[in-house]
Design a protein around this ligand. Structure first.
Ligand code: ADP
Length: 239
């Protein structure tokens, strides 16, 4: 029952308005909905980047709303991949992954580098370890961001429009990577692409004006939505 209010001059926006759902380890849940429906705010609340106003967010048994909870500790369990790559430009590809592990997990150089190389292999850019991020294509930068997110061994991976800056080929490779990651993490992806939602997720959640209108099996949501608002959105009548 998560609520996030933004207070402005004389107005209050209910950016997230009483959302309740669960995401299991091993599944990919996609969040769709028109601009301004609260998708990004919802992700930021899960990530502990945004303090929410009411309700509870429980990650692996730990409640973010509990005053005794160490938010920084919970945040170690949540990897985030953004639309903009936000990599460190003056650090090499490998250093970007190493630094994340040192900051979050206090890993020693050798251990962090070994893990970094293993992950660069996994995401398909092992030959880029000494390059600077600017010399990578958009798709390669996003693969580096994913490697960096999983380097700190999180339980949850959140992605906010991870492919919106990428061409179809780079998008397909990121989707393959997401498919490989499925199983070990609880993954939540915000996307504007309904084709992508259908390709990568088991379940789809539809947001509208801060409310979770429906969440269900992706195929069912796209072929037989239970709610008229969802149907209007996916058939292009709204949004
Ligand atoms: P989406 O990701 O679905 O496009 P957002 O979560 O970005 O939607 O925004 C949800 C609502 O919250 C919008 O009405 C937006 O204007 C408002 N909002 C988001 N962030 C802030 C903020 N920092 N301050 C005030 N209002 C905000």
């Amino acid at each position: 029952n998560v609520v996030k209010l933004f207070h402005g001059r004389g107005t209050t926006v209910r950016a997230v308005d009483g959302v309740s759902t669960e995401v299991e380890r091993g599944e990919v849940v996609v969040v769709i909905g028109p601009s301004g429906s609260g998708k990004s705010t919802f992700l930021r609340c899960i990530n502990g980047l945004e303090a929410f106003s009411e309700g509870h967010i429980i990650i692996d048994g730990v409640d973010l709303a509990d005053k005794k909870t160490n938010i920084n500790k919970v945040r170690m369990e949540v990897g985030m991949v953004f639309q903009q790559f936000n990599l460190f430009p003056h650090k090499t590809v490998l250093q970007n992954i190493v630094l994340a592990q040192q900051v979050v997990r206090k890993r020693k150089d050798a251990e962090a580098e070994e893990k970094g190389r293993m992950l660069l292999q996994k995401v398909g850019i092992p030959e880029k370890e000494h390059e600077y991020p600017i010399r990578l294509s958009g798709g390669q930068q996003q693969r580096l961001c994913i490697a960096r997110a999983i380097a700190v061994s999180p339980e949850v991976i959140l992605m906010n429009e991870p492919c919106s800056a990428l061409d179809p080929i780079a998008t397909a490779r990121i989707e393959e990577l997401i498919d490989e990651l499925r199983g070990r993490y609880a993954i939540v992806i915000v996307t504007h692409s309904m084709q992508q939602a259908a390709r990568v997720s088991q379940r789809t959640a539809y947001f509208h004006l801060g409310k979770l209108i429906e969440v269900g099996n992706t195929k069912q949501v796209f072929t037989m939505p239970r709610h008229e608002l969802t149907e209007n959105y996916i058939t292009g009548r709204f949004g």
